[in-house]
Design a protein around this ligand. Structure first.
Ligand code: ZN
Length: 119
């Protein structure tokens, strides 16, 4: 292999490392965007659940348990989706996240630096 072949090989290896990093960056950015979107949706759901209960209360009506339960189930489902998104995000980034406060830290951490939770 002459010097030019070696150089060309090194350059192409370097480019593939860069494009892998770029793919990872795009993937983590996309997950992060979806996480914030879902967090916003959960906030809205909780707000409208509160409104539903309050409106019934203000109109002296009984709060329909089934409508409240339906909304709660939906919120719970979104929380589970959020949890699995956060796990996927940490997997991509090669970090750990605290199950208690979601703080990100190095994979070999034993305690959360934010809340002290044992990992
Ligand atoms: Zn924590």
């Amino acid at each position: 292999m002459d010097i030019f072949d070696k150089m060309a090989r090194k350059i192409s290896l370097g480019t593939s490392v860069i494009s892998k990093k770029t793919d990872e960056f795009i993937a983590t950015t996309e997950i992060k965007i979806n996480i914030s979107k879902l967090e916003g949706e959960i906030e809205d759901e909780i707000f409208s659940l509160g409104e539903l209960v309050l409106n019934h209360y203000n109109n002296n009506n009984n709060v329909s348990l089934s409508s409240v339960q339906g909304r709660c189930k939906e919120i719970q489902r979104k929380y589970q989706e959020l949890n699995s998104m956060q796990k996927r995000y940490c997997l991509y980034k090669g970090v750990l996240s605290c199950s208690h406060c979601n703080e990100e830290m190095e994979q070999d951490s034993r305690f959360c630096p934010n809340c002290g939770n044992r990992l």
